[in-house]
Design a protein around this ligand. Structure first.
Ligand SMILES: [Zn+2]
Ligand SMILES: [Zn+2]
Length: 143
């Protein structure tokens, strides 16, 4: 578990480092992730909080209450450029979700060796293709 990966925001003020492998990678097609990312779905390697070290200015935070669960999710942004670095959830506050595209070199993320989980496929866009052979769920799924 000594694999290190670095990432950060587009302006470079916020940097982070992750240690070891993520416990899973959530690929979330919910409408909230579509709106917050401005894209078809979010790809989120999920780490234990202690696997992630963030440096730079204090992150801006926005707490959203989920329509469906009534629980909060807290997004973290670079205060300068607004890049969404990741989020934390009330459901599992010891886990740090990182937005996959913020890694300097996200090519280490591997759908075959990491535990990919496709969720909220009920709101997936027909222009966002889902590959065969990955775990898929119509809504939230808790192992
Ligand atoms: Zn920035
Ligand atoms: Zn989502």
């Amino acid at each position: 578990m000594s694999t290190k990966h670095e990432g950060g925001c587009v302006c470079g003020a916020v940097r982070y480092e992750t240690q070891g492998d993520p416990m899973r990678v959530s690929v979330c097609h919910c409408t909230w992730c579509q709106r917050r990312t401005g894209s078809a779905f979010a790809v989120e390697p999920v780490f234990q909080m202690e696997q992630v070290v963030v440096s730079g200015p204090p992150l801006s935070r926005y707490r959203h209450i989920s329509d469906s669960s009534g629980r909060w999710l807290e997004l973290a942004f670079c205060p300068t450029c607004g890049t969404n670095i990741g989020f934390v959830t009330e459901r599992a506050p010891d886990l740090q979700f990182i937005d996959a595209g913020t890694f300097d070199d996200p090519t280490w993320i591997n759908a075959e060796t990491h535990n990919f989980r496709r969720i909220y496929l009920r709101s997936a866009q027909n222009w966002a293709e889902v590959p065969d052979g990955v775990e898929q769920h119509e809504a939230f799924y808790q192992a």
